[in-house]
Design a protein around this ligand. Structure first.
Ligand SMILES: *Cc1c(COP(=O)(O)O)cnc(C)c1O
Length: 387
């Protein structure tokens, strides 16, 4: 059987036609495709404002800035995430800290957050911003986090990079609870623009600041200017921004992909459910399911149960790779990275994230995965676990 990656983009002839149409058009950047993509994404996620950016890392950066994060600010996130969830705070000169995970959901633990907030209140070191991550596409406990945010006075920036199309308490991710939510359209994510990202918010002023920060902090809108413009050529720089714009080709691809989101979502959910059934009797811990939220199923992560198998994660990983199965590991706890250890973190600081990581393997999961490919993954995994 051919190599089975852990994730793979789904590209149709319609997607290709959408991109080539842009290439034949007048505008390759700053045309009508980006606003159209933003409007489709906002409508689909039931949220007022959507700001497309060059990638989710850029989105996290300018969302931190727009939420007032700077030198002296304290930002907390989950150690079980991609580096960018923490790096964005460092870009702004803020200090970063982590809150350990809930071993069942693998998301930032509300109980651990509550304890850490009580301690921080006594010490006068409360955070200004919390960045929960919807790990593997499973929405974080945002209702409880919102209650704590209102009590302790911090903002919430949801890293929804995995969670395009997921829902929580009956509402689409990115539409409620968080001050802003960031999505990624990297090729391995739920929908793709090759590289790309987007920030949603209900707050019109925040959206305006995000648009300024995305494009050099400059505006041609008279209502945003300090001075009466001498003519229509005048632009003003209002703050220090960046070039974090998405191109027209990317936006056209994104709009085309979004049309298939419900279908791709259903394919992912069906494969995840099939994994649940096929893996139920193996010595593994499977992804959590709760009735109040629907995962986007970006990843299907199993954990080796050391009580029930003597196989090591390294051996199982190697056996699967040797069988041409592109397993992966999400994530090495961020605080154990050398850069973060140099900031003072050390192994042992967040034991639940570390224990989770020690046994975690991400199995292949993507919309066009065939059931015979899935059967091959399961059979190979079962054999490796028997070793
Ligand atoms: C992919 C990812 C990012 C970064 O996304 P890019 O679009 O590649 O910049 C950030 N956070 C998480 C949790 C991710 O998985």
């Amino acid at each position: 059987m051919a190599f089975i990656p852990y994730s793979r983009q789904s590209i149709t002839e319609d997607d290709i036609a959408a991109v080539t149409a842009v290439l034949r058009s007048e505008f390759l950047t700053q045309g009508a495709e980006v606003p159209r993509f933003e409007a489709s994404f906002a409508a689909l996620h039931g949220v007022a404002h959507a700001v497309a950016v060059s990638n989710a890392t850029a989105g996290l950066h300018i969302a931190c800035l727009a939420l007032g994060i700077g030198p002296g600010s304290r930002v907390w996130t989950s150690p079980n995430s991609f580096l960018a969830s923490a790096n964005c705070a460092l870009y702004c000169g803020a200090t970063i800290d982590f809150v350990d995970i809930d071993p069942a959901t693998r998301n930032l633990s509300v109980a651990a957050l509550q304890r850490k907030l009580e301690q921080a209140e006594r010490r006068g070191t409360l955070p200004q911003l919390l960045i929960p991550v919807d790990f593997a596409g499973l929405p974080a406990d945002l209702r409880e986090m919102r209650a704590l945010a209102d009590r302790y006075g911090f903002r919430i920036l949801e890293d929804a990079s995995h969670a395009t199309g997921a829902s929580y308490l009956g509402q689409p991710v990115g539409s409620a609870w968080a001050d802003a939510s960031v999505f990624s359209f990297h090729a391995v994510k739920i929908v793709t623009t090759a590289e790309g990202g987007l920030v949603t918010t209900r707050d019109a002023q925040l959206a305006e600041r995000l648009r300024l920060l995305r494009s050099h902090g400059m505006t041609r809108e008279r209502s945003q200017m300090d001075f009466e413009p001498e003519g229509p050529w005048v632009y003003e720089q209002q703050l220090l921004g960046y070039n974090y714009r998405m191109t027209e080709m990317q936006a056209a691809l994104g709009s085309s992909q979004l049309k298939r989101l419900p279908q791709m979502q259903a394919q992912r959910a069906a494969l995840a459910e099939r994994y649940d059934g096929l893996l139920a009797r193996l010595p593994l811990r499977l992804p959590a399911r709760t009735a109040d939220r629907r995962s986007a199923w970006h990843l299907y992560v199993v954990e080796l149960d050391a009580q029930r198998t003597r196989a090591t994660r390294a051996a199982v990983f190697q056996a699967l790779r040797e069988a041409q199965i592109g397993v992966n590991v999400h994530y090495i706890p961020i605080h154990t990275q050398p850069h973060y250890q140099r900031l003072g973190f050390k192994p042992g600081d967040f034991p639940d994230a570390e224990a989770y990581y020690a046994g975690a393997i991400s199995l292949p999961l993507f919309p066009d995965m065939r059931t015979d490919e899935q059967d091959h993954v399961v059979a190979t995994l079962e054999q490796a676990l028997r070793a």
